[in-house]
Design a protein around this ligand. Structure first.
Ligand code: ADP
Length: 490
């Protein structure tokens, strides 16, 4: 058999670890790109050069041939440039879209009036970057609403270009809850040059343009980030209005569980945590717990389990359930809780008050802090993730590797990566509850706390989790297989 051909892939993403991250999308685009590159494929990644990108330690250089480029967006002419850098921890060259007018702002995402233009620019700049480089991708890989107009652009504004004659488009949905819905008066600025009729007509009549929906309509193939979520979004409860369209595309939809970048998330080699440890020698984990609790003003005792939460504080993550269950449980049982995250003010207020009500037992750190995230994974005994829905979720998989037993709800990637503990059989890796209600979470937390008191059983469940392999080596190979099938279809 002839050697399999190496693929050419263009990946456009609004987040990329460690340069720009609000959640799992950043980890996935970065680790997937690194995997594809290490497997010998030619992958070109484009990311906006946000003001918040910490350029220290990264050598960002302008590309002369890609400087002061112009893009027509309706009546607006936008100037931008493309820089290059090396993705930290790899030798992959990545590309950064420099346009201070759009990206020189505080956050990665904004509620500004021109939010759509920021990501239309990213999408079209990725296409035009390929043109200028004479790079004919086998696969154009879009991620979430921010780059999901690419499939339509390739069929309309750029359809004339033979460079893309054999290009196939893949859209990965990381979270269907964010669709990029904009008022229809932005239509001109999309610069679809005569292809406006391809947009969803009922939406247009209602005065809406939905970016993710457009991607669902025009991508050659759709993936999402776990097999269970791929099934869930076909139904009304989880499909967020796109379920009908997705059902029509069920033959071109697949769920691929995200992988974990074990170069970053591994207690044996983690340079951020106080002490490394392994399944064979867990002494370092107790040191991590003590150090974490001390730093967070929590009172340590060997018998007191420490629960950890790292999360965007939004409805999706089950914070309401925590609000309904955890205060009374704290009053009844001895455990401590450390929380890292920010988000909706009502949830931030809840954790602030909880800390006040239980000094020495609850600590809430508001904000984004990668080092603390590593400390919590390493130092906690139990990780709490009672999500209402969870496309994949990464922290539960990090938790498994760090010997931190996850409590999860049976949804999306949580259902696909955590297996119910069965003490009699000595199997399972965490505590899984099914119904999104107070009784469900209370049962799961009580079960986990009881299990913690049974040291022998606990150690077994911890060991089962640590032995799991969710590396990108496996999951990345699934993307390659899919990309190959698509490019062989030509
Ligand atoms: P989502 O993408 O929905 O936010 P995931 O579990 O897929 O959820 O990914 C979350 C990622 O973001 C993880 O790597 C997690 O450690 C990280 N993260 C979330 N909130 C914070 C925070 N406040 N500080 C540091 N890292 C965070």
């Amino acid at each position: 058999m002839a050697a399999q051909k190496k693929l050419k892939i263009c990946l456009a993403s609004s987040e990329l670890t460690p340069l720009a991250k609000t959640g799992g999308l950043a980890d996935v685009s970065s680790a997937l790109a690194a995997y594809l590159h290490s497997a010998g494929h030619d992958v070109r990644v484009l990311l906006p050069r946000y003001a918040r990108i910490d350029a220290s330690g990264i050598d960002i250089k302008p590309v002369e041939a890609l400087s002061d480029l112009k893009l027509q967006m309706g009546s607006r002419e936008q100037t931008y440039s493309i820089d290059t850098a090396t993705l930290p921890g790899t030798n992959l060259t990545i590309y950064l879209l420099r346009c201070p007018e759009f990206f020189g702002r505080d956050g990665i995402y904004t509620h500004d009036h021109d939010e759509h233009l920021r990501f239309v620019l990213l999408s079209r700049a990725a296409i035009e970057m390929c043109q200028r480089m004479g790079f004919a991708p086998d696969i154009f890989h879009s991620h979430d609403w921010q780059t999901s107009l690419i499939p339509l652009y390739l069929r309309s504004t750029y359809a004339w270009d033979k460079l893309f004659a054999n290009t196939r488009t893949v859209l990965t949905i990381h979270n269907i809850g964010y669709q990029g819905r904009f008022p229809a008066y932005i239509l001109d600025e999309l610069h679809l040059t005569g292809a406006e009729h391809h947009l969803h007509q009922d939406d247009l009549k209602e005065g809406v343009i939905n970016f993710l929906k457009t991607g669902v309509l025009y991508a050659d193939f759709i993936t999402t980030v776990s097999p269970t979520y791929a099934r869930e979004i076909l139904g009304e409860d989880y499909g967020m209005g796109l379920n009908e369209l997705l059902r029509a595309r069920v033959n071109t939809l697949v769920g691929i569980l995200n992988g974990v970048d074990y170069a970053e998330w591994n207690p044996e080699s983690d340079t951020l945590i106080p002490r490394t440890y392994s399944a064979e020698d867990m002494r370092g984990k107790e040191v991590c717990k003590q150090t974490l609790m001390q730093e967070m003003n929590l009172t340590y005792s060997e018998k007191r389990p420490l629960l950890g939460i790292i999360s965007r504080l939004v409805g999706q993550k089950g914070i309401e359930l925590i609000d309904n269950v955890v205060p009374s449980l704290l009053a009844r049982r001895d455990f401590a809780l450390v929380v890292l995250g920010s988000g909706e003010p009502r949830f931030e207020l809840f954790f602030t008050r909880l800390q006040q009500a239980f000094p020495g037992r609850v600590c809430y750190y508001r904000g984004f802090n990668n080092r603390l995230a590593h400390w919590i994974e390493a130092g906690s005994d139990i990780f709490l993730m009672p999500s209402l829905y969870e496309p994949c979720g990464l922290n539960q998989m990090y938790s498994l590797k760090y010997g931190t037993v996850p409590i999860v709800r049976e949804t999306g990637g949580l259902a696909d990566s955590v297996e119910q503990a069965n003490i009699d059989a000595g199997t399972g890796t965490g505590i899984v509850f099914r119904d999104y209600n107070e009784a469900g979470l209370a049962w799961a937390m009580n079960t986990a706390l009881d299990l913690y008191d049974n040291k022998q059983a606990w150690q077994l469940i911890v060991a089962n989790g640590m032995a799991k392999d969710y590396s990108w080596q496996r999951q990345g190979a699934r993307y390659v297989e899919l990309f190959r099938q698509l490019s062989d279809m030509q």
